[in-house]
Design a protein around this ligand. Structure first.
Ligand code: PMP
Length: 419
């Protein structure tokens, strides 16, 4: 009775705060990473959130161009990646049967780790079930006592926030949040701390704003404060840098100047899973004390095989296509697009939903991102570009955004003012 009452009250409270959410099922289009199909049921559930969609005279099922995935190179649909996953499922089965330390770790995991270490220029890499788990493992294992202090960017991903809170509440580590990309604030907080072990952690390419950390500045603070630097390169791996090595590579930072890089296999790899690239010593520590490494089932063989195939399929030509799309979108919209993640900040939640609904009616899938994912008053459409998009797709989305008044200098100014 107490639980039933609480559940009902809690749902009502979430509805009042406008943060009650529901899942909406989409159908992928076989072999096409740039499209989804929206059926009538999903459209109706959408219409409950955005009443203007109710007027949409679309067909019962509608193919939409997808500008809302993290599949930056379109590799989720790549023939070699799909074939590798299918072959691995046929040969090794789907379930890894156990956690890595028990019996779930295979030679295929080992080979993938070697390839990821080579990509990042580190001694070692460790594969985990997700990027979320990777951040929890790193922060939990390294900030394990009150003598450690974590310094975390205010706009870091939720998995860093959760890992840092666990370390703070569970192990008594100090937690300092510095203003977004504000190196003076970070420097001051580092200087004021008396902790024996300082750990700086930052997204490299920020997931909701598409801007970059100044990794050179972080490296300088790492050196002057004897801190450990952890970068979350989830969105930038295979995307940024000449060899796809990430933001550090793009900014000319040497691999040995970053202690730990966290990544995911679920974005530009088009596969699934997470990883950590670091020294052999730190890897040994993570394997011995990282709770998500120890207590969670290993990454399944099809995901491992898909990620390995994706590494081979991520050619410079695909990366060039992605960046050409980014430049084209920036030119066509006047939005300050510096990466494949382009926020179109609208402000009000209802306006963001209405713009998303208008784009849906135009044939584009770009959902609204609202609080609590982003701060109140900065609701937005988060446009993500991919090498899977044709030039025509990019031009068409830009034209639709212009028609709806979401582009240009005014919108860009509004965006900067809000962030
Ligand atoms: N870090 C960042 C910056 C992310 O954006 C994400 C995914 N949204 C993650 C970590 C978590 O990765 P995964 O989805 O593999 O759990």
């Amino acid at each position: 009775e107490a639980w039933a009452e609480w559940t009902a009250r809690r749902l009502a409270e979430l509805r009042d705060r406008r943060v009650l959410r529901s899942l909406r099922a989409l159908s992928p289009v076989l072999g096409d990473a740039s499209a989804v199909v929206l059926d009538a049921g999903t459209r109706d559930s959408w219409a409950r959130d955005a009443p203007s969609l109710g007027e949409w005279e679309g067909a019962q099922t509608e193919r939409l161009v997808l500008f809302a995935a993290n599949d930056y190179l379109g590799l989720s649909a790549h023939a070699d990646v799909r074939a590798a996953a299918a072959a691995a499922a046929a040969e090794s089965g789907c379930g890894p049967r156990a956690s890595p330390l028990v019996s779930g770790y295979t030679h295929a995991h080992r080979r993938l780790e070697s390839d990821l270490a080579a990509l990042k220029g580190t001694e070692e890499a460790l594969v985990l079930p997700t990027g979320y788990a990777a951040n929890l493992a790193v922060l939990g294992a390294l900030a394990d006592s009150p003598s450690a202090a974590i310094f975390s960017d205010a706009l870091n991903h939720a998995s860093i926030v959760d890992g840092a809170r666990l370390a703070a509440r569970g192990a008594g580590a100090a937690l300092h949040v510095y203003k977004h990309n504000d190196m003076a604030d970070l420097g001051a907080q580092l200087a004021a701390s008396t902790a024996a072990r300082k750990l700086i952690v930052s997204d490299s390419l920020f997931s909701m704003d598409g801007d970059y950390a100044d990794v050179r500045a972080l490296v300088a603070l790492r050196a002057s404060h004897g801190a450990l630097l952890v970068l979350d390169d989830a969105h930038a791996t295979l995307v940024c840098g000449e060899g796809g090595g990430g933001v550090a590579q793009m900014q000319g930072v040497r691999p040995e100047e970053v202690d730990v890089t966290v990544g995911t296999l679920s974005k530009a790899f088009g596969a699934h899973g997470g990883f950590v690239a670091c020294s052999a010593q730190l890897k040994r520590l993570l394997v011995s004390t990282g709770r998500p490494v120890i207590f969670s089932t290993a990454l399944p063989a099809p995901a491992v095989a898909a990620a390995s195939a994706a590494l081979r399929a991520a050619t410079p030509a695909l990366r060039a296509k992605l960046w050409a799309n980014v430049r084209l979108f920036a030119a066509e919209t006047g939005l300050p697009a510096a990466s494949p993640i382009v926020p179109v900040v609208v402000g009000d939640e209802a306006d963001a939903l209405a713009l998303s609904a208008a784009l849906l009616a135009d044939g584009f899938f770009v959902p609204a991102i609202r609080p609590p994912t982003v701060p109140r008053g900065s609701s937005r459409l988060r446009v993500t570009l991919s090498a899977a998009h044709d030039e025509a797709d990019v031009r068409a989305l830009a034209a639709a955004l212009r028609r709806h008044g979401a582009c240009g200098a005014r919108a860009a100014g509004r965006l900067r003012a809000k962030l």
